[in-house]
Ligand binder design. Sequence first.
Ligand code: SIN
Length: 275
Amino acid sequence: MQINLLSGALGAEITGINLKNTSKENWQEINSLMLEHKVVFFRNQDITSDEHIELAKHFGPLEKHIYVKARENYPEILRIIKASDEKHQWGEGWHTDVSYNPKPTKVIILRSHKIPPVGGDTMFSNMEVAYETLDDKIKDKIKDKKAIHSSLGAAAFTENYKKMEGNGNLKEYSNIHPIVRVHPETGNKILFVNSMYTKRILDMDEKESNETLKKIFKHQERLDFTCRIKWTENAVAIWDNRSLLHQGLSDFFPGRGLGYERVMDRIAIEGDHPK
Ligand code: SIN
């Protein structure tokens, strides 16, 4: 096995592990690499949808997206498609998947099918490092505080993207989570807010809440906390949704990445109540 670190902050590209091997031992190795590096990336892994599901089930019960229609015959798999003439893709902008849920996603396994020659990389930002390096005054201010996370409504998840379809649910969801959560497996502290879904700090006046969140968002999106995955077809990324932010870049510009389809299969594993 070879481990190539993707940046100084997080992420590793791994060779010498076969994801078609869905044994418990293989998964244990992958899980400990994921806990250490937060996102692990594997190329040349032509796994079938059934193998994708088998691998995911080792992490826990599979989650269905509350807004987006799943693949036909595969309710566990969400197909993320960017049409060739689209300039934007689903997943753009820094976020933690479904942080507005009572139990936000634990792990995501994303598998590439079609990739433009350039553009559409996925970026990740390490929220343990973001917490450690946060200004002490802000750390004091948010100690033991909670924040409200809200979804933007179903339309934003599907209507903005030509080839994504809603599942008919239009409800808006909000849940309250600690701003600093403790990782249930490693015990590490994580800065658990994101600019896409976190709306308000509770027990703080609105102005102060807005100013504090603005400072935190700016801090957690620092480039030195990030790594970047440059996709090829039949590659797989596995990430710990509890301890990082991510985004799929919409850098599809004319004469470069525009004019190509991007197709990914995503499986999400259910998380726990952040503590
Ligand atoms: C996501 O936000 O889950 C998708 C990211 C991507 O397609 O790169």
